[in-house]
Design a protein. Structure first.
Lengths: 409, 363
């Protein structure tokens, strides 16, 4: 038998013992893991795939997609074979009525791309000896490098177009990535706005929720239960109803403005809705329970004897609170804040209803691209950017707070 | 201030939580400088309440508590300079052992170097030198207990209160810690008020013991005084093992009295009761003071029936039926060629007059 304390063999034994335990634990979580993979991870990955996959043009214009590889000298327009392929494809897709697909895709990348495609299709002659000249004759855009760069980038099967667009960038004809002119750039601003609104809402939730959670945790059970019902009440009402209620309350002729005027705080109605203030108020109200509940359950677990001990050791009530109570609630604050922040990032109905045009969050645009303009590439690229930014922030949070210090109760 | 002046004194202290029942009734208690005083009593007798009033976490409904001659009425807990060890230790889980012990020094704004030195010394006193960097969660119950002790001692309080500090430990560790706490008390010259409902703990550790029952101190005395001279039958029963026999007082002369038992036997006893013939009294007899089949001259002899014998290693317990008390226990030492009685046997028991104390019968 090896001596007890000969590190290697002891460690090996420990590892073996641990491995069995881990295997069993793994077997227990396996069903849920599979469920999550099938219903959550796979759809998300599939969605993310859409942000780099670009087949719209290639399916409609197969010849162009195949022959564009012949365009090697990027200082001039492609060789004639590519123009021949374009003419064939435009004619074929015009007849097959699939041309609008190609038009839509090119329109993402070229101003007036749709007009260009349809005009060309309508004026296209049956035959031509020199398709290059004919096409440029129909529309001089076919003679521009930028047009062909867009066609090249849209020919798939992979593209960086959507992801670049989601961070207000695009590729020029010669392959450089440049910032979109400030007039057209919006997503970076929307993304920063999303994080800023979420951050401020989280902050407001912590400031407003902490005293409530403390009250809940320290009141006698009967009163605590009543308070808890008040906290949970919003949960039992539909999100839309709650948001609509805020519209009623906050409008210029609403109760809050009337009350403020009556109290003499203001002389004339202030604008509380369809701007950032309205977004902050409504979102904070809706997300508050997500902060209060984890914080409450953490506070509930803090025995009063800690505060007594701190006082007996010479700490004034304030000092005992700051040095002993507050640090013990940090895991709850951490969990609640993380929850609220991440939920806030994805909010779009509330800002859409109580915010103005300049208060829309990134999810609004994702929803717009999925349901209004059916631009899956753009929708999933924005989603990917949001996801990446969130994960990045989560990593920073883990570094600062330590995710193991977070406690949901 | 004279040396003999008490450090703490409770004067007519009463406490009620609900305005109906007095949890502490008229508590008068002087705690001497440097003594180890234990509050002993059954559950719910008001020990913790009394301690918490002294620490400042509960306010007396009536009466006054003074510390070193100063009324504590308007002194909040954190200004009392009293160290408290709580039953569940209440170590701060988010701080290391060292930070826990440094806490009272940090809130007193002591220089960092001084804090370090004092923490190191306190860790030495409780023999935990190597564990300073751990968190309380990584310590055993006994180690946590020591940290709590070190934390309550490190700021050199005038007075240390301990509320059942060993309640959560197993028997062996508890006995070990009893001795250690006692040593620390002796070496540092502390004044300690200790709460327990374990009488053997109270007997081994204390200079004096206050026996609590229903919010009243029944007796305040040295361990020996309580054991040998209990003032009433509650104390006699609560401290150590005790057998009770009912009877009627026949007459008292000075220290001695005669008691007629219910079966008519006359017994010589020490008088610990009020005067007056015809009074109901209880005779208190310790199991180790009663002899089975006594040889030679002895003041009192009674007949008993053996109900049961129980083996205890170094001795044997014999449960007897004596004058209607069928739970009368006698401790029997092993001696060579001693015959062990069997259930059903009839035998005689005897005891000296000084080993039998007549007390007022409980109502
Ligand atoms: N905060 C409180 N509110 C109401 N009643 C209380 C409170 N604390 C204690 N009591 C009551 O006061 C009485 C005395 O309690 P106390 O805690 O002083 O007893 P104790 O002697 O310490 O008992 P134990 O040995 O069980 O700790 C009990 O009947 C208890 O129910
Ligand atoms: Mg108690």
């Amino acid at each position: 038998m090896p001596l007890a304390g000969t590190g290697a063999s002891l460690k090996a034994q420990l590892r073996r013992a641990e491995r069995m335990r881990k295997l069993r634990a793994f077997a227990l979580v396996l069903p849920l893991l599979l469920f999550i993979v099938v219903t959550f991870v796979v759809p998300i990955l599939d969605m993310l795939r859409l942000s780099v996959v670009d087949r719209d043009l290639a399916t409609v214009w197969p010849h162009v997609a195949r022959s564009i590889g012949a365009w090697t000298d990027r200082s001039q327009v492609p060789p004639p074979s590519v123009f021949d392929a374009l003419a064939t494809d435009i004619r074929d897709s015009y007849r097959a009525r699939t041309l609008p697909l190609a038009a839509r895709r090119l329109n993402y990348a070229i101003d007036e791309g749709r007009t260009l495609v349809f005009t060309t299709a309508r004026r296209l002659p049956e035959t031509s000896a020199d398709w290059r000249a004919t096409l440029i004759g129909i529309d001089p855009h076919w003679g521009e490098l930028a047009t062909w760069a867009a066609v090249d980038q849209a020919s798939g099967p992979l593209t960086s177009f959507f992801l670049l667009a989601a961070v207000d960038r695009h590729k020029t004809a010669d392959g450089h990535i440049v910032a979109t002119p400030s007039g057209q750039a919006i997503y970076v601003e929307v993304l920063t706005r999303t994080f800023k609104v979420s951050f401020i809402v989280t902050l407001l939730c912590v400031v407003l929720g902490f005293p409530v959670a403390y009250l809940l945790a320290t009141q006698p059970p009967r009163r605590a239960n009543l308070l808890m019902i008040l906290v949970l009440l919003p949960f039992w009402t539909s999100l839309l109803v709650r948001t609509a209620a805020w519209i009623v309350l906050l409008q210029e002729q609403g109760i809050i403005n009337h009350a403020l005027i009556w109290l003499g705080v203001i002389d004339s109605p202030v604008r509380l809705i369809y701007n950032r203030i309205g977004v902050y108020i409504a979102m904070t109200h809706i997300l508050l329970p997500f902060l209060i509940l984890p914080l409450y359950s953490v506070m509930k677990g803090i025995k009063p004897s800690y505060m007594l001990a701190a006082k007996s050791l010479g700490a004034s009530p304030t000092e005992a609170f700051i040095r002993v109570y507050l640090p013990m609630t940090l895991p709850g604050i951490g969990a609640g804040a993380l929850l609220v922040f991440i939920l806030a990032l994805g909010y779009y109905i509330t800002p859409a209803l109580v915010g103005g045009a300049a208060d829309q969050m990134i999810s609004y645009f994702i929803a717009f691209y999925t349901s209004d303009s059916v631009n899956w590439g753009m929708a999933s690229a924005l989603g990917a950017v949001l996801l990446t930014a969130t994960l990045l922030l989560y990593w920073v949070y883990d570094r600062l707070v330590g995710i193991t210090n977070v406690k949901l109760g | 201030m004279s040396v003999s002046e008490p450090l703490v004194s409770f004067r007519g202290v009463q406490k009620t939580y609900d305005g109906e029942m007095l949890v502490v009734k008229d508590l008068n208690l002087d705690i001497r400088r440097g003594e180890f005083l234990t509050m002993l009593g059954p559950s719910g007798s008001g020990k913790t309440t009394s301690l918490m009033m002294l620490a400042g976490f509960e306010v007396p409904t009536h009466g006054e508590i003074t510390l070193a001659g100063q009324s504590l009425r308007d002194t909040p807990p954190h200004k009392r300079d009293i160290g408290v060890v709580f039953q569940n230790y209440a170590l701060f889980p988010h701080m290391t052992v060292e930070e826990n012990i440094a806490f009272p020094l940090a809130v007193r704004r002591l220089p960092k170097s001084e804090q370090k030195a004092r923490v190191a010394r306190a860790l030495d006193v409780v023999k935990l030198g190597a564990l300073g960097a751990r968190r309380p969660g990584q310590l055993s119950g006994g180690q946590q207990q020591r940290v709590a002790l070190a934390r309550a001692l490190v700021f050199e309080p005038k007075l240390v209160l301990m509320d059942e500090p060993l309640g959560a430990l197993d028997k062996q560790l508890r006995e070990h810690m009893q001795i250690e706490i006692k040593h620390i008390h002796d070496n540092l010259g502390l004044t300690v008020v200790y709460v327990t409902h374990d009488q053997s703990e109270a007997l081994t550790m204390s200079d004096r013991i206050a026996v609590f029952h229903e919010g009243v101190v029944q007796q305040l005395d040295t361990p020996q005084g309580l054991y040998e001279q209990p003032r009433n039958s509650f104390v006699a029963n609560f401290i150590g093992e005790n057998n009770m026999l009912g009877g009627t007082l026949e007459g008292v002369d000075a220290e001695h009295c005669r008691v007629r038992l219910d079966d008519g036997t006359l017994v010589e006893a020490r008088a610990g009761c009020g005067d007056g013939a015809g009074r109901r009294v209880s005779l208190s007899l310790r199991p180790e003071k009663v002899e089975l089949e006594p040889q030679g001259e002895i003041a009192n002899r009674l007949t008993a029936r053996v109900k049961e014998t129980i083996y205890h290693g170094d001795h044997m317990r014999v449960r007897l039926d004596v004058v209607g008390n069928d739970d009368f226990t006698v401790k029997m030492r092993y001696r060579a060629n001693r015959v062990v009685p069997k259930p059903g046997d009839t035998l005689s028991i005897g005891f000296a007059a000084r080993d039998c104390l007549a007390l007022d019968a409980p109502h």
